[in-house]
Write a protein that binds this ligand. Structure first.
Ligand SMILES: [Zn+2]
Length: 82
């Protein structure tokens, strides 16, 4: 059980959607979303969701999407930290 991993990725994604992610990471995330349909689908439904419902939707992010996003974001953050 590693629920904090999923939570981290969701919060990063929320920062991204709020425009709070740094430019480089944001560009990489967009690039990833472009080639990853589960993440792209999630993002589309998220963007179509009224703000009040968004946190709930994020909590219900499919496990597969959360895992892919987490992998992606972690590897990018590790690169950025070097
Ligand atoms: Zn993805």
């Amino acid at each position: 059980m590693n629920s904090s991993t999923c939570k981290d990725s969701v919060e990063l994604l929320l920062e991204y959607l709020d425009g709070e992610l740094n430019t480089e990471l944001k560009a990489r995330l967009e690039q990833h979303l472009d080639g990853c349909s589960p993440c792209e689908d999630f993002l589309k439904s998220y963007q179509a969701t009224p703000a009040l419902c968004r946190k709930a939707l994020a909590r219900e992010m499919p496990r597969e999407v959360a895992a892919k996003l987490t992998d992606f974001l972690r590897s990018e953050m590790a690169k950025a930290a070097k």
